[in-house]
Design a protein around this ligand. Sequence first.
Ligand code: GLA
Length: 420
Amino acid sequence: MKLENGIQQPGFLLALRFLALVLWSFPGARALDNGLAMTPTMGWLHWERFMCNVDCQEEPDSCISEKLFMQMAELMDSDGWKDVGYEYLCIDDCWMAPKRDSKGRLQADPKRFPGGIQGLANYVHSKGLKLGIYADVGNKTCAGFPGSFGYYDIDAQTFADWGVDLLKFDGCHCDSMEHLENGYKHMSLALNRTGRSIVYSCEWPLYMWPFRKPNYTEIRQYCNHWRNFDDVYDSWQSIKNILDWTSSNQRRIIDVAGPGGWNDPDMLVIGNFGLSWDQQVTQMALWAIMAAPLLMSNDLRHISPQAKALLQDKDVIAINQDPLGKQGYRLRKEDNIEVWERPLSDLAWAVAMVNLQEIGGPRFYTISIASLGQGMACIPDCIITQLLPVKRKLGFYQWTSDLKIQINPTGTVLLRLAAN
Ligand code: GLA
């Protein structure tokens, strides 16, 4: 093959790129057939920021109540969140009354949700948003409210009747692995039978890992996303632990992700208290690389303009929401620098470089372009744009070039490589 021949080379390389596209586009395992979550779910979820605060007497502005969700709905609509894709406003644990009603149905705490969940759903829908709710596969929720065990069909129907659009189904207080597995499957089928489109968010593998390896091919057939690892906290240690778990298990989990079903590394905590600016950039960049659901848990009434701009960054969201739906992976770790990459549609690639060294200042890192994207990110050349921490065009690069970038401690540089 005369590759030095200027006429033959582009044709050959184009064919190679086309072949790569075809291979990358092959669907992974079959997804839950509800037509939902074709890209990772985006929205807001109350848990990390508001937890189980039920004391509306003492803390009326931060207790779990319809008022909190109505305020968030209003802001999601008015402050640009909905426009960039954050659509699902999700209730977590602690919304329920301590007992089911006389017909065995779950009911919302009447003091904190006087209009009921149906009333809240109507309000949320009137803002052009969707409502998520929380329940548990076992006998009780993690915080001790009524569990769905023995009530899967009734609960699915109740949620559908109320106009709920997403269910986060937790796995606490389940007495055996069989109950856990059967419960998650049963609820998936029950939701489907209601005929309402309800995104199904599972924690099945998280509760399974201590006992046996989850069968992800099967989980994907029942769930739209699934938590694998510990709850996110508002801390850098927590973000690092999640990234470590994900890269350590990437061979097992990335191929199963794709349109309709996603690995869920838990909520975005950007805009809270625990992460520095660079660490918030790292969370946003890596959640985009991981094709993670983008469920913020923060207070949209009090959020810095900088955190808001980061969460609303359209270029980064576009990477997260890329229609090819391939989850990225860690390519290499050396000298406390991690390089992650993700294939995108149109043969583009996203590359994130994280500086994990927590001493010293910004570090320079040089990488050969040819090592990126399975050697095909930049054939024969490409345009590289830096998206984070600030957007700027880095320009035109060739396959044989090196790229030198500077990364802040605990920060990330996110790049997009696209055909010239
Ligand atoms: C578990 C889940 C969290 C949250 C709490 C609620 O810990 O993993 O995401 O839903 O329960 O009690």
